[in-house]
Design a protein. Structure first.
Length: 217
Protein backbone atom coordinates (compact mmCIF):
# COMPACT_ATOMS: atom_id res chain seq x y z
CA UNK A 1 0.00 0.00 0.00
CA UNK A 2 1.26 3.47 -0.87
CA UNK A 3 1.21 5.87 2.04
CA UNK A 4 0.41 9.35 0.77
CA UNK A 5 1.91 12.35 2.54
CA UNK A 6 -0.50 14.93 3.94
CA UNK A 7 0.22 18.02 6.03
CA UNK A 8 -2.20 18.78 8.86
CA UNK A 9 -2.55 22.40 9.93
CA UNK A 10 -4.30 23.05 13.26
CA UNK A 11 -5.72 26.43 14.30
CA UNK A 12 -6.58 27.70 17.75
CA UNK A 13 -8.71 30.46 19.22
CA UNK A 14 -7.82 30.76 22.86
CA UNK A 15 -9.32 32.45 25.91
CA UNK A 16 -6.87 34.52 27.92
CA UNK A 17 -3.13 33.79 27.97
CA UNK A 18 -3.18 29.98 27.65
CA UNK A 19 -2.00 30.03 24.01
CA UNK A 20 1.59 28.74 24.46
CA UNK A 21 0.45 25.74 26.52
CA UNK A 22 -2.58 24.83 24.43
CA UNK A 23 -0.87 25.30 21.05
CA UNK A 24 1.88 22.89 22.11
CA UNK A 25 -0.65 20.46 23.55
CA UNK A 26 -2.73 20.52 20.36
CA UNK A 27 0.30 19.61 18.25
CA UNK A 28 1.42 16.83 20.57
CA UNK A 29 -2.03 15.27 20.87
CA UNK A 30 -2.59 15.41 17.11
CA UNK A 31 0.74 13.66 16.59
CA UNK A 32 -0.38 10.98 19.06
CA UNK A 33 -3.72 10.42 17.33
CA UNK A 34 -2.09 10.24 13.91
CA UNK A 35 0.52 7.77 15.17
CA UNK A 36 -2.15 5.60 16.84
CA UNK A 37 -4.82 5.51 14.18
CA UNK A 38 -3.68 6.79 10.77
CA UNK A 39 -2.36 4.67 7.92
CA UNK A 40 -1.21 7.82 6.14
CA UNK A 41 2.03 9.75 6.40
CA UNK A 42 0.80 12.92 8.09
CA UNK A 43 2.94 15.83 9.25
CA UNK A 44 1.34 17.96 11.94
CA UNK A 45 2.38 21.54 11.22
CA UNK A 46 2.73 24.41 13.69
CA UNK A 47 -0.53 25.39 15.36
CA UNK A 48 -1.80 28.75 14.09
CA UNK A 49 -3.04 30.85 17.03
CA UNK A 50 -5.43 33.72 16.37
CA UNK A 51 -4.70 37.08 17.96
CA UNK A 52 -8.41 37.39 18.75
CA UNK A 53 -9.49 35.91 22.09
CA UNK A 54 -12.66 33.85 22.40
CA UNK A 55 -13.96 36.16 25.14
CA UNK A 56 -13.91 39.11 22.72
CA UNK A 57 -17.10 40.40 21.04
CA UNK A 58 -18.94 37.43 19.45
CA UNK A 59 -19.00 38.88 15.94
CA UNK A 60 -15.26 39.58 16.08
CA UNK A 61 -14.54 36.05 17.31
CA UNK A 62 -16.67 34.55 14.55
CA UNK A 63 -14.83 36.54 11.87
CA UNK A 64 -11.46 35.49 13.32
CA UNK A 65 -12.55 31.84 13.39
CA UNK A 66 -13.62 31.99 9.75
CA UNK A 67 -10.29 33.51 8.75
CA UNK A 68 -8.45 30.77 10.63
CA UNK A 69 -10.63 28.09 9.04
CA UNK A 70 -9.55 29.17 5.55
CA UNK A 71 -5.98 28.01 6.20
CA UNK A 72 -6.41 25.32 8.87
CA UNK A 73 -7.79 21.79 8.70
CA UNK A 74 -9.06 21.79 12.29
CA UNK A 75 -9.97 24.87 14.32
CA UNK A 76 -10.00 24.47 18.11
CA UNK A 77 -12.24 26.86 20.06
CA UNK A 78 -11.06 27.17 23.66
CA UNK A 79 -12.87 28.36 26.76
CA UNK A 80 -13.12 27.61 30.45
CA UNK A 81 -16.08 25.67 31.80
CA UNK A 82 -18.10 28.79 32.61
CA UNK A 83 -18.02 29.71 28.90
CA UNK A 84 -18.94 26.25 27.59
CA UNK A 85 -22.31 27.20 26.10
CA UNK A 86 -20.88 30.22 24.30
CA UNK A 87 -18.05 28.14 22.80
CA UNK A 88 -20.42 25.37 21.71
CA UNK A 89 -22.65 27.97 20.10
CA UNK A 90 -19.68 29.33 18.16
CA UNK A 91 -18.66 25.83 17.05
CA UNK A 92 -22.21 25.16 15.86
CA UNK A 93 -22.24 28.41 13.88
CA UNK A 94 -18.89 27.57 12.28
CA UNK A 95 -20.10 24.09 11.41
CA UNK A 96 -23.21 25.53 9.78
CA UNK A 97 -21.15 27.95 7.71
CA UNK A 98 -18.77 25.17 6.76
CA UNK A 99 -21.66 23.63 4.86
CA UNK A 100 -21.34 26.55 2.45
CA UNK A 101 -17.53 26.31 2.33
CA UNK A 102 -16.64 22.61 2.77
CA UNK A 103 -12.92 23.29 2.40
CA UNK A 104 -12.98 25.27 5.63
CA UNK A 105 -11.47 23.74 8.75
CA UNK A 106 -13.59 21.55 11.01
CA UNK A 107 -14.35 23.33 14.33
CA UNK A 108 -13.75 21.46 17.59
CA UNK A 109 -14.56 22.74 21.11
CA UNK A 110 -11.66 22.67 23.59
CA UNK A 111 -13.20 23.14 27.04
CA UNK A 112 -11.39 21.79 30.11
CA UNK A 113 -13.58 21.25 33.17
CA UNK A 114 -13.19 24.37 35.31
CA UNK A 115 -10.16 25.83 33.44
CA UNK A 116 -6.95 25.07 31.55
CA UNK A 117 -4.98 24.93 34.80
CA UNK A 118 -6.79 21.68 35.63
CA UNK A 119 -4.95 20.05 32.72
CA UNK A 120 -1.66 21.78 33.54
CA UNK A 121 -1.69 20.40 37.07
CA UNK A 122 -2.62 16.82 36.15
CA UNK A 123 0.84 15.25 35.94
CA UNK A 124 2.68 15.88 39.20
CA UNK A 125 5.89 14.20 38.00
CA UNK A 126 6.01 16.49 34.98
CA UNK A 127 5.46 19.51 37.20
CA UNK A 128 8.34 18.47 39.45
CA UNK A 129 10.63 18.37 36.42
CA UNK A 130 9.51 21.83 35.31
CA UNK A 131 9.14 23.83 38.54
CA UNK A 132 10.98 21.63 41.06
CA UNK A 133 9.79 19.40 43.89
CA UNK A 134 9.82 22.04 46.65
CA UNK A 135 6.77 24.06 45.49
CA UNK A 136 4.78 20.86 45.06
CA UNK A 137 4.95 19.77 48.68
CA UNK A 138 1.50 21.36 49.04
CA UNK A 139 0.12 19.65 45.91
CA UNK A 140 -3.44 18.76 47.00
CA UNK A 141 -4.65 16.30 44.36
CA UNK A 142 -4.78 12.61 45.20
CA UNK A 143 -5.48 11.53 41.61
CA UNK A 144 -5.86 13.14 38.16
CA UNK A 145 -9.64 12.81 38.39
CA UNK A 146 -9.60 15.15 41.40
CA UNK A 147 -8.52 17.97 39.08
CA UNK A 148 -12.09 18.32 37.86
CA UNK A 149 -13.33 19.66 41.17
CA UNK A 150 -12.40 22.07 43.96
CA UNK A 151 -9.94 20.95 46.64
CA UNK A 152 -8.87 22.01 50.11
CA UNK A 153 -5.16 22.66 50.57
CA UNK A 154 -3.25 21.85 53.74
CA UNK A 155 -3.69 24.54 56.36
CA UNK A 156 -6.79 26.02 54.72
CA UNK A 157 -10.50 25.36 55.13
CA UNK A 158 -11.49 27.05 51.87
CA UNK A 159 -11.81 25.01 48.71
CA UNK A 160 -9.84 26.24 45.70
CA UNK A 161 -10.08 25.87 41.97
CA UNK A 162 -7.04 24.90 39.83
CA UNK A 163 -6.05 28.51 39.10
CA UNK A 164 -6.01 29.28 42.82
CA UNK A 165 -4.07 26.08 43.54
CA UNK A 166 -1.46 27.01 40.97
CA UNK A 167 -1.04 30.45 42.55
CA UNK A 168 -0.80 28.90 46.02
CA UNK A 169 1.94 26.52 44.87
CA UNK A 170 4.05 29.02 42.91
CA UNK A 171 3.14 32.34 44.50
CA UNK A 172 2.00 35.57 42.82
CA UNK A 173 4.46 35.04 39.96
CA UNK A 174 2.86 31.72 39.08
CA UNK A 175 1.33 32.99 35.85
CA UNK A 176 4.71 34.18 34.56
CA UNK A 177 6.35 30.89 35.51
CA UNK A 178 3.58 29.04 33.74
CA UNK A 179 3.86 31.11 30.56
CA UNK A 180 7.64 30.81 30.41
CA UNK A 181 7.65 27.02 30.85
CA UNK A 182 4.39 26.07 29.15
CA UNK A 183 5.94 24.29 26.17
CA UNK A 184 8.39 22.41 28.41
CA UNK A 185 5.50 21.29 30.61
CA UNK A 186 3.68 19.91 27.57
CA UNK A 187 6.77 17.95 26.48
CA UNK A 188 7.20 16.46 29.95
CA UNK A 189 3.51 15.64 30.55
CA UNK A 190 2.43 12.02 30.25
CA UNK A 191 -0.61 12.10 27.98
CA UNK A 192 -1.84 8.85 29.54
CA UNK A 193 -2.23 10.81 32.78
CA UNK A 194 -4.12 13.59 31.04
CA UNK A 195 -6.44 11.06 29.47
CA UNK A 196 -7.61 10.08 32.95
CA UNK A 197 -9.51 13.39 32.99
CA UNK A 198 -12.99 13.04 31.42
CA UNK A 199 -12.82 16.51 29.86
CA UNK A 200 -9.52 15.66 28.17
CA UNK A 201 -10.85 12.35 26.86
CA UNK A 202 -13.90 14.18 25.48
CA UNK A 203 -11.65 16.64 23.65
CA UNK A 204 -9.59 13.78 22.20
CA UNK A 205 -12.76 12.03 21.02
CA UNK A 206 -14.04 15.21 19.37
CA UNK A 207 -10.65 15.74 17.74
CA UNK A 208 -10.49 12.19 16.40
CA UNK A 209 -13.98 12.60 14.98
CA UNK A 210 -12.88 15.76 13.15
CA UNK A 211 -9.80 14.00 11.75
CA UNK A 212 -11.97 11.14 10.50
CA UNK A 213 -14.25 13.68 8.79
CA UNK A 214 -11.20 14.96 6.94
CA UNK A 215 -9.91 11.44 6.20
CA UNK A 216 -6.74 11.88 8.25
CA UNK A 217 -7.68 8.79 10.27
Amino acid sequence: MTHKYRPLTPGLLVEGSDGPYLASLVQRQLDRLIHQYSSRTVEVLRCEVSAVRTNDKPERVLRAAEVLARDCDVVFVHGDEDAREERLKLVAELEQRRGLAPRAGVPVPLVPVLMTESWMLADRKALEQVVGAEPLKAYPYTSPSALEGHVTMKGSKEKRNPKQVWKALLGPEGREVLSDRAELLVRRTNLDVLEQLPSYRKWCEDTARALRTLNFL
